[in-house]
Design a protein. Sequence first.
Lengths: 165, 787, 288
Amino acid sequence: MSVSMTVNGRERTAVVEPRKTLADFLRQDCALTGTHLGCEHGVCGACTVLVDGQAVRSCLVFAVQGEGHEVTTVEGLTGPDGALTPVQEAFRAEHGLQCGFCTPGFVVSATALLAENPRPTDDEIREGLSGNLCRCTGYQGIVNAVRRACGRADANYSGSMEVPA
Amino acid sequence: MTAVADSPGAAAPSLAGAAGRWMGQSVPRKEDPRLLAGRGRYLDDIVVPGMLHAAFVRSDVARGRIVRVDTEAATALPGVRAVFTAADLNPLVHETWWSMAGKDAVYAPNFCLAEGDVRFVGDPVAIVLADSRYVAEDGVDLVELEVEADDPVLDVDAARSEGATLVHPELASNVASAIPKADVPGLQETFDSAATVVSETFVQHRYLPVPMETRGLLAQWDPFTEELDLWAATQSAHELRAFFSRLLGIPESRVRVRTPDVGGGFGQKVFALRDEWAVVLASKLLGTPVKFVEDRRENLIAASSARDDRMSMDVAVDPDGKFLAFRAELVENVGAYPFAGSGSAAALVGMCLPGPYTVPAIGFSGDAVFTNTTGRAPYRGPFLMETVVPEQIVDVVARRIGMDPLELRRRNVIQSSQLPYQLPTGLVYTGVTPAETLEQAAELIDYEGFRARQAAARADGRYLGIGISLCVEPSAIAFGALSTEGAVLKMEGTGTFNLVLGSSSTGMSVETTMRQVAAEYLGCHIDQITVTQGDTATTPYGAGTQGSRSAVLYGNVTREVSLEVRDKILRIAAHMLEASPDDLDIADGQVAVKGVPQAAVTFEQVATMAYQGTAMLPPDLRAGVEAVTRFTAPMMTFVNACHICTVEVDPDTGQVQMLRYVVSEDCGQMINPKVVEGQVAGGVVQGIGGVLYESFVYDEVGNPLTGSFVDYLLPTAAEVPDIEYGHVESGTSNALNVKGVGEGGAVASPPAVFNAVADALAPLGVELRGTPLGPRQILDALAAAGH
Amino acid sequence: MKAAPFGYSAPRSLDEAIEILGQFDDDAKVLAGGQSLVPVLAMRLSRFEQLVDLQHVPDLVGVTRSNGTVRIAAMTTHTAVGRSAEAAAVPLLTKATPFIGHEAIRNRGTLGGAIAHADPAAEWPAVALALGARLEATGPDGTRIIPAAEFFLGTWTTALESTEVLVAAHFPVWDGACGFAVEEAARRHGDFAMAGVVCAVQLDGDRVARAALAFLGVDGTPVRAASAEAAVTGVATGDVDAAEISALAVEGLQPPDDLHASGAQRQRMSRVLAQRAITNAIEEATRA
């Protein structure tokens, strides 16, 4: 069936089987391969995109369900000049990525998290990121990146936070 | 610390202990902007016209005879191009051995697809080629596979016993390889006469590498040129090239392997597994491109296994707590089709068993055993039992003799004054610092302070624990195909540089770190250097990115090739400036006469002279600025670290909360500290995951019970603490003064976590003898101790 | 891991949805948030001929409060429930929300979907059972109200007919000095609980006027601890022996064995969690 939705501000239309996931529609029909498939059963978060501004696992949505909605992928976060967003800059500064495969999902999730809660506590950061899996970084650079992105003046981001016993 | 100037002309940077312009700096990564913007190109992102997609019919029985495979309905499904079985593909297989293991290693039978019988759940029986993965999976559902199930061989002891059913009837036994128990003179006497002997057996359960990107490859066999063009999510493009040329029986020159961005490997992506062979063979048969990207279920069940070891160890101790002897017996469950030979790491475990301690006598033996389960592939520190079991038994010894585990380690750790130190196994440590890291880690975690807090918490009915793991492990193991790496460094026509390496980085930041090394030794900005890797057509032969070898191998070869190029630049600049090379300085991409800054030429000007103004070069100065060289590493570069962590255990629910985690590590000079810490952190969290959350489980007939992320649990950001780092920098035996750091985090962490949990529960009389330590296991252990 | 083919309808009215369900009977499945259904389809554990997407059916989203009841329309997402000021009048709803998976799951998953799916370890069914919620279902023969106590029949099995659509859940509001608690023991943050408990207490003066206690993850359906509720009712808060009440609450529980915990271990966890929940709920009620 035909499906039409706005992706990164642009109307995209394709003919798809109902079973085609939103993730595959984005990757294949829209050639937006920044959204990745890490598990295809809704656990790893690598496929996270924004649907109508909310973080969503695109492997758990069928493209046909996206009819008429607004989808933002990682490619749609950067400005028209391609400049990295503050969240992306923070990831870069804190080495919040290594292989980069989980990164788009984290960037989208962190962007949504901070849009909702601009000054999260450490617990809120960790809980807010607990729906995304990373295998390379041990989450250290990622948590530091989110701390940095929300301008935490109290944090010494580079691996030496004061922690209680 | 040796100075590194070994080329004529102006002194190359001497980096004794201090960070340079680029070396030792946490520069942001070159890889990041495109990866952050979603512009990475991973295997599944690659699309070529006419490509088919593969899916596999896999056995859901662990052992049995294939009665029938009917592919008719599948083949007839619209969108399915072909379905192949063993009859189609296996006859096309020529040879299947790996450069790293050698032709004469004992390999499991090299059936590409299961032929006549199946030997583990997940065993590939048929490959379906279709227009999309969706349709390929529909095709898989339509293949009728009938298997007469038989009792599988699942237990390593049963497998080794007399008259055991053979996993591979083609082989003589289920023992894939063995290190026999040698008669070590005096060893038994040492045990017999020791003040204390502690003998325990520890189990390390099966857990998996789980890179976030699953395995994948895109095979393009060109029937006209009879060449294979392969894109592979691999850690070792050259190894794959050699392998597939052998598989197909064609010269290596007709195989090209390219590595796109790869989403992690951790050892699982070093070798191509049997289903990947089928993809290449299918492409050959059809003459069309074939792409295979395994799904997560396949990655967990059918790709590879890891860990799954059992080691019995005896420790003889004198009245002062000094270790007199270690003796160990290792049994490895390598599954049905282990990688590259037997999949055993026992030789390394045996050689490295004394670890950071002065142990006068060592005994070691081991068996690697086939079972009807998924075959073993390397996983970050495959030899980790050389740290896991000794560190866990050292704590048992401490408790047994009534000594604090920190004190016991202090009494036995090798001191710097004892270097170089030869182990009873023959290996020699030169620059390791276990004693220093032990002290630094103890201070970072405030060990004494914690013991006081722990006591207070116990009075309150809370169970806190602290665990130490002191580790010396071999990085950059350099024998055979792993012993060297090459580099090509070309100054381009406009004065920038192209550094060409045989690496296939899968997240190790090779592109960033090697630019740092090159820029430091060339004397220019890192932006002047591009790194080319992951293409066998253009890069020098090498073993790829694995085994913590990148810093030592790629780092040193980059240093050497940079010094050669630097030397050439100086000689050309000397000619241009009518000076002697000894009177020149290089900085920021400029060569200037010492003390006469206006007498300078830029690298761009040097390039112009080298490539265009060649008529003006003196007869003894060849045109161009380019060099190629190869670095041979020492057999092993020992690297060491001390991990200490604290936990709280809830005795009612069996849940463990990580409190603090400190790492004091010595990897020699750090090229990029944040990269180093990132590598350590990733390994640490894999160890936390391995002990507390991840467990690959089979039922009693060899069916996997943990085939998705719903059941195979990876730690998230909410389960791990901030990791705190201390760094020690010792000397090494290589000129760049670096050691490998990729695996250490994953090697040292499991016993640190284990020891912390054991320490927390010790007052309750709980004795832990293995992992996993999920709620079930902890509550079972508490129940066994009467709680 | 791609789903097998299916047909898809996105009806614009409840009647249309019910008609399609009637057409396909057991071969059709309602698609709500998809957070439970889609993984099952992707893994090909189940397949359906037709999915009926309810997202365009009007009046299936929203939280309203009237008199002593909070009505949550079935397609209201977990996130929306957690943020709703009206739903906050039933504090167990607000307190349970953070335990449901992760943010991205909560943004799509729906309260109605979760109740109709009836996973043994899900939070909403336990809350519904504990509070005696009423489930409103519409089918070809009209609308009916099913009390929570009659709704959950077994693992993933409810009293809903295959031709019925759950349209709303009605939760009673507890007035006065009340306290609420949700406790879970899960492997990781957001995982299905090995055992969990939801608890509500209402005080009259310094006595417990009524109590509600239900377990999740310990059986095929949520389990109400009626004897424990009775035992604590009428007792002065200072005299409540939470340890004793929780031991009573778990008597007779026969939780399942799995990789994470044995049945006995789950029972023990349930007791400890119940003790914590009762203590915390009473403490909150005392401060109210």
